[in-house]
Write a protein that binds this ligand. Structure first.
Ligand code: NAP
Length: 285
């Protein structure tokens, strides 16, 4: 078999960012205010600080205003909630995100759910999840939304196809399955209790792995021609690897995303797209 098409997430994310930048210019040219993204970072977790700083940097590059709120790790929950209430009411702020995880004893779910659905650019509130499950318009979680764009750009026909998602987290697996279902795929969700996981995966036309176990998906899990999307990020002695054995699976898959350079770059690009969308919707509200 010919080697798989490697889906270039970096290039596709750059296209999404360019579209967002154009959308921002259009909004401003029409007399609207630029989109604004408020970020809240509680505590000094180094990985969270890196994520927030890269989101702010990308915002700046695309003409999105950035409002950053670093808070000490011992900030009382009520103060975080009061800040979110202020941002919910601020017309300059189109989108709000509080970087997770938050330090103990703060409750990340309570904090996340304080964000108004119209400003929920992470798409992770109960309201946004409910809208997605009910097929109502709303802001969608960034990583699964990014995967949908990758599938579209790779020319994958989802209608009637069998999509298998490994992982059922609220952050990724569940919304991913909902988006695939909305695109008329037949969806199977797998998790740690799934019996004969390789056998289920072999039935997939589209296989999406989001587990967090380095190179778990091997060549014999994949039917020839399958599109394989690797969401996993695992740090190993040899560097970052995904949940899929890229070299082996690439010999049999029809198309495959690399790690790094596949799904990863799409997440921030889709956060920017959500921020623009929130601003556009508030401009017409
Ligand atoms: P998570 O909340 O830890 O969920 C992992 C899922 O994998 C769970 O549903 C779990 O099943 C399932 N699982 C664990 N071991 C398994 C096994 N042996 N066989 C089958 N299923 C198994 O993780 P997550 O937040 O969804 O993230 C998953 C991976 O994607 C991580 O590597 C994360 O870093 C990466 N990720 C990347 C991006 C990105 O931007 N590229 C974004 C989000 C996540 P149970 O429910 O039964 O426990």
């Amino acid at each position: 078999m010919a080697p798989a098409l490697v889906i270039d997430g970096r290039a596709i994310a750059a296209e999404v960012r360019a579209q967002v930048a154009a959308g921002v210019r259009e909004l401003v040219a029409a007399g609207g205010r630029p989109p604004g993204l408020a970020t809240i970072l509680v505590g000094d977790d180094p990985a969270s600080a890196v994520y927030v700083s890269s989101k702010r940097k990308t915002s700046g590059e695309l003409g999105i205003e950035s409002f950053h709120h670093p808070l000490p790790a011992d900030t009382p929950q009520d103060d975080v909630l009061a800040l979110i209430d202020e941002l919910n009411a601020d017309p300059a702020v189109s989108g709000i995100l509080c970087q997770l995880p938050v330090p103990d004893p703060l409750d990340g779910a309570v904090i996340t759910n304080r964000v108004r659905a119209e400003k929920d650019v992470d798409g992770l509130t109960i309201a946004s999840a409910g809208r997605l499950a009910l097929g109502l318009p709303g802001l969608r979680p960034c990583t699964p939304a990014g995967v949908m764009i990758l599938l579209e750009k790779a020319g994958v026909e989802l209608q009637g196809s069998h999509a298998v998602v490994i992982g059922r987290s609220n952050l990724f697996g569940k919304p991913m399955a909902q988006l695939l279902l909305a695109a008329n795929a037949t969806v199977t969700m797998c998790h740690s209790r799934t019996r004969d996981l390789p056998g289920v995966c072999r039935q997939a036309d589209v296989l999406i792995a989001a587990v967090g176990r380095a190179r778990m998906v091997g060549r014999d899990w994949v039917k020839p021609g399958t599109t394989v999307i690797d969401v996993g990020i695992n740090r190993t002695e040899t560097g970052l690897v995904g949940d899929v054995d890229f070299a082996a699976v690439g010999e049999v898959a029809g198309a495959i995303t690399p790690v790094p350079g596949g799904v990863g770059p799409m997440t921030i690009a889709c956060l920017m797209a959500n921020t623009l969308r929130a601003a556009q919707l508030s401009a017409v509200a």
